[in-house]
Design a protein around this ligand. Structure first.
Ligand code: RRO
Length: 312
């Protein structure tokens, strides 16, 4: 059986790796991902300057998923350039940088910098951080997204992807797809956390995280149907050479299978990685393999996007 996939010429041994923002801020954390079965190492979204992030508590889990308002804690882009070189030498697997500049020009500068680092294989431009007070997610502003993607694409010499926000109705999917199809990034990643959700502790009659009055990005099982829908809709309307990476609520090989069936070429795991630890990657690979064997599939391409819809 062949679980290998290819994104813009970069080979991954299998389709499952970590989502940005979970246990990938420090070099030590990413070395642990390097030692795990994750098929790539995706680094925390970064800014020009290092950031402490929002006040704690800023992450909370319950049985269905998580809420976070991390606030982009990161070491600053130059450190991630150094980490990429170290990680690549040690682990020989694809290294992916994630860029989330505080200003338009910051994104351009950081992408240009990462483009010049040989050990970075792919760049994910984050258009959808939900946790910066007073700063709306750029991915919901189609004009602003259009302008940013155009300028960034111009300075980027690596394969480029876009991390998209989750709340689109069908008209908005079409508007975003028009922008994406115009600039032809190599991939899109759907979805970022469900922004501005709220989880309440009934016992304490209190919010569970401190920033923004308890509002934050929702991850985990809560997100799975929305992730599936975003992957499916973009699979239907994006140019076929733009790959889709699915993320949101993956807890098992069956969840991975479903996202691939909807159209994903690869998947990322966030909340379940935080809950279960590094074993989640190997476990999901084994479960995916077992399911493919049962269904007599020999490769990912045989079922990617082949979701059957009920017709009259
Ligand atoms: O750091 C965060 O608060 C954060 C980011 Br940049 C993001 O893209 N998604 C998220 O849920 N949290």
């Amino acid at each position: 059986m062949n679980l290998g996939i290819n994104i813009a010429g970069i080979e991954l041994a299998h389709p499952i790796f970590n989502a940005s923002g979970i246990l990938d801020e420090t070099l030590e954390e990413m070395e642990a991902i390097g030692r795990s079965e994750s098929s790539a190492i995706l680094m925390k979204s970064c800014t020009l300057e290092p950031r402490e992030g929002n006040p704690k508590p800023r992450y909370y889990e319950d049985e269905f998923g998580s809420i976070n308002s991390s606030g982009l804690p990161n070491k600053g882009y130059k450190e991630y350039g150094k980490y990429a070189t170290i990680l690549k030498a040690k682990f020989k697997k694809p290294v992916i940088a994630s860029v989330s500049g505080m200003k338009f020009d910051d994104n351009v500068r950081i992408v240009k910098f990462f483009s010049a680092i040989q050990e970075i294989d792919l760049i994910e431009l984050n258009l959808s951080c939900p946790n910066l007070e007073g700063r709306p997610q750029i991915g919901y502003d189609f004009e602003a997204s259009d302008k940013l993607i155009r300028v960034v694409k111009d300075v980027c010499s690596k394969p480029l992807g876009l991390k998209l926000p989750p709340y689109f109705d069908f008209a908005h999917f079409d508007m975003m797809a028009k922008v994406i199809n115009r600039h032809k990034p190599d991939f899109v990643t759907c979805i970022n956390s469900l922004g501005d959700g709220l989880i309440i502790d009934a016992e304490k009659e209190q919010t569970v995280i401190k920033p923004k009055g308890g509002f934050g990005g929702i991850g985990g099982l809560y997100c799975k149907p929305t992730a599936l829908a975003n992957v499916r809709r973009f699979y239907e309307i994006l140019d076929k050479d733009i790959k889709i990476i699915g993320v949101g609520g993956i807890n098992s090989g069956k969840d991975v299978f479903e996202l691939i069936l909807a159209g994903a070429s690869a998947v990322q795991i966030g909340t379940q990685f935080a809950k279960e630890g590094l074993n989640v990657f190997g476990r999901c690979v084994t479960e995916l393999q077992d399911l493919m064997k049962k269904k007599k599939y020999g490769s990912i391409d045989e079922f990617r996007g082949k979701l059957r819809v009920i017709s009259q």
